[in-house]
Design a protein around this ligand. Structure first.
Ligand code: DAK
Length: 264
């Protein structure tokens, strides 16, 4: 993997026409605690992969021991209200991932805590190693989540489980996370990357406009009224009949051959 960044590693992987942008969080001594430099670099790498026509999908991962153990506590510790308020404490680049239009798969092994859990929940879906542990332990530090944990966790796992995790700081293991709907699949730790990259490769083979629109619409389903989302979905569905990939996809089905998408 490339080392042009200090706190992350990036690599382009895959065998197909369109490839996967792989980003690995890399502050091993701090269990990938998320400091400003890491978040800046992550934002840059995400946007660079998103802008690259040769990339169909992004995989975000950490190490075997930790996806990320949260925001960097030594950076936050000295702040008071005024300095936090004036500097917008650690808000820079925290939501860049939400601007990415291509699918982002989170591949989580080990700890995903606090901001690490929040970052994971900003991915489009999560594949977890059986070693994964999710939690929002901010309450133990005398604070609360600051990057969407109180909002995304209840949407992912329901109110009761979210309240339990947020108020007691207990961690959820991979099996419970899958049962609760926080992650889409759990695999043995040594198969995590194989599984995540295979999922990415499958997505890379589909029409890019379809993958981007599905992502946009599913995210919309968490924001507005159901009827609004369904109306937008209907319009985009119609709009895709102006694409070459629709003609190719349906033509290939009728001709009993594999489609060759051009992503337009
Ligand atoms: N920050 C910095 N260093 C950390 C860290 C963190 N969050 N978590 C772990 N480390 C460091 C430890 O200090 C230790 O460093 P050394 O002592 O070796 O130098 C090293 O990683 C290994 O950790 P441990 O020795 O503690 O390892 P254990 O296996 O015993 O325990 C642990 C692992 C993950 C259970 C434990 O380290 C732990 O509880 N860590 C803290 C987890 C936590 O409280 N996370 C939540 C932090 S608050 C916002 C955006 C985000 C946020 C807020 C606002 N905005 C956009 C406004 C997010 C806030 C948070 O995440």
């Amino acid at each position: 993997m490339s080392n042009s960044y200090e706190c992350i590693l990036t690599e382009v992987v895959g065998t197909g026409e369109r490839k996967t942008g792989l980003i690995r969080l890399n502050r091993p001594k701090q269990l990938n605690a998320l400091n400003d430099m890491l978040m800046d670099e992550l934002g840059q790498a995400l946007l660079a992969f998103d802008a690259d026509e040769g990339i169909g999908c992004i995989v975000l991962t950490g190490s075997e021991r930790a996806f990320a153990a949260g925001a960097d506590i030594p950076t936050m510790a000295p702040h008071n209200f005024m300095s936090a308020f004036k500097s917008g404490l650690i808000s820079k680049n925290w939501e860049t991932i939400l601007r990415v239009r291509k699918p982002v798969i989170g591949a989580v092994a080990g700890f995903a805590l606090g901001g690490g859990c929040e970052l994971a929940m900003m991915c489009d879906f999560l594949i977890a190693a059986d070693s994964a542990k999710f939690g929002q332990p901010e309450i133990k530090l005398g604070i609360i989540p600051g990057a969407g944990g109180t909002q995304r966790l209840p949407r992912a796992v329901g109110k009761s489980k979210a309240m339990d995790m947020l108020l007691t700081a207990r961690m959820m293991d991979a099996t419970e996370a899958e049962r609760a709907g926080l992650v889409s699949r759990v695999v043995p730790a040594d198969q995590l990357m194989t599984e995540a990259l295979a999922a990415a490769e499958a997505i890379n083979g589909f029409s890019a406009p379809s993958t981007m629109l599905i992502k946009e619409l599913v995210n919309l389903s968490f924001q507005g009224a159901l009827s609004d989302g369904v109306a937008v979905e209907r319009r985009y569905f119609h709009a895709l009949f102006g694409s070459e990939d629709q003609r190719e996809g349906m033509g290939a089905f009728l001709e009993k051959r594999a489609p060759k998408f051009q992503h337009r």
